[in-house]
Design a protein around this ligand. Structure first.
Ligand code: HEC
Ligand code: HEC
Ligand code: HEC
Ligand code: HEC
Ligand code: HEC
Length: 215
């Protein structure tokens, strides 16, 4: 009897301690997580142009979000699906085609400086970029959760949480920036709220157990 009372007292104390800790931690942000972080990339790749104006689907380049923890960054070959032949702005390509037709000659190969840089970064000959030879580009990572946090894109994608809910209006960004704090409070508050109101009209069960996000 005595020992079971002691167990209850101890267990209650532990739960209380964890709750207090969790409440405090909700506002804590680790130094590695920087809202608004917007590093300069080796190539001035624009989401505003590709995902906004040209309306290329997020999953065309970040298909990992459906299949794995990581959304991932597209391999060079994905860029070369278009940039094997789009070597400068479409306006300039069309104007040159038109001019060449009038002058009865082959169109000249036009390469914009930014795409010359892209071919260079991929280790390709800019005058004859061969997609099969493309090397990976050293993009600078924007989002960095600490190692002791487990995050999974697939679970969120399957539940119907939109990319923009967590990453903001990426399709308007010339350069990607970290839109949210990525703090524990941000994750946990959304899990609580999602359980109350659902996501896209469907009920969800987003766990707030410590072990969901921490091993
Ligand atoms: C929905 C996901 C999620 C859940 C559930 C969660 N955490 Fe966290 N936790 C995080 C994230 C994300 C961070 C990193 C915050 C940052 O980098 O600013 C974090 C950070 C922490 C840290 C480190 C903070 C520091 O200042 O070093 C501790 C300790 C922690 N959590 C404990 C807990 C405990 C205890 C629970 C259960 C009551 C819990 N977490 C539940 C997502 C979660
Ligand atoms: C044509 C390919 C392409 C499309 C389409 C695309 N992205 Fe990206 N995305 C990239 C590349 C390349 C990077 C790495 C360079 C950078 O950060 O700009 C990236 C980086 C990101 C990052 C930052 C990753 C990090 O380092 O933390 C996020 C977030 C992101 N994309 C979200 C989106 C969303 C949301 C959409 C749809 C609205 C989208 N992307 C559409 C190619 C693409
Ligand atoms: C629930 C919030 C949430 C949603 C929804 C979400 N992301 Fe993320 N995304 C994150 C977090 C948090 C990270 C940082 C993960 C890390 O550092 O391990 C991240 C990282 C990324 C990265 C960097 C590479 C990687 O996989 O770590 C890319 C690219 C990205 N997200 C794209 C997308 C795209 C595209 C979608 C929609 C299909 C999407 N995200 C949906 C929260 C989200
Ligand atoms: C669906 C086709 C498509 C894909 C895939 C694509 N692009 Fe583009 N990209 C274009 C088009 C079309 C333009 C020219 C738009 C215009 O008329 O200005 C362009 C323009 C650019 C420019 C600007 C060129 C300049 O002259 O300023 C850069 C840099 C660029 N893309 C990099 C990339 C990178 C890096 C990737 C891979 C992550 C990629 N693109 C994937 C279609 C694509
Ligand atoms: C915009 C709301 C939202 C945000 C922000 C969010 N989540 Fe989630 N999370 C959800 C929803 C909804 C689910 C899916 C619940 C379901 O499958 O029913 C989920 C599921 C998960 C799962 C999968 C749990 C399982 O049982 O497989 C993990 C792990 C997770 N979230 C971690 C995180 C972490 C870590 C963060 C912060 C870095 C975060 N989430 C931020 C809404 C969110």
């Amino acid at each position: 009897m005595k020992s079971s009372i002691a167990t209850i007292v101890l267990a209650t104390g532990l739960v209380f301690a964890v709750l207090t800790l969790a409440a405090r931690l909700s506002d804590v942000r680790l130094p590695g997580n920087q809202q608004g972080y917007e590093p300069v990339q080796p190539i001035a790749y624009s989401h505003r142009l590709h995902a906004g104006e040209l309306q290329v689907d997020c999953l065309y380049c970040h298909s990992g979000a459906e299949q794995s923890r990581h959304a991932g960054v597209p391999p060079a070959g994905v860029c070369m699906n278009c940039h094997g032949f789009v070597t400068t702005s479409l306006g300039a390509l069309r104007a040159e085609d038109e001019l060449a037709k009038q002058e009865g000659r082959e169109p000249r190969k036009l390469i914009s400086p930014e795409l010359a840089k892209l071919y260079n970064a991929m280790g390709l000959d800019e005058r004859k970029p061969d997609p099969s030879q493309a090397q990976p580009i050293a993009w600078t990572k924007v989002h960095n959760l600490p190692d002791f946090v487990y995050f999974d894109h697939r679970a969120h994608q399957q539940a119907g949480v939109r990319c923009q809910t967590c990453h903001g209006p990426v399709e308007t960004m010339e350069r990607v920036r970290q839109f949210e704090s990525l703090s524990m409070g941000w994750c946990v508050n959304c899990h609580r709220q999602a359980n109350e109101i659902g996501v896209a009209g469907k009920p969800v069960n987003a766990s707030i157990d410590c072990a969901t996000c921490h091993y």
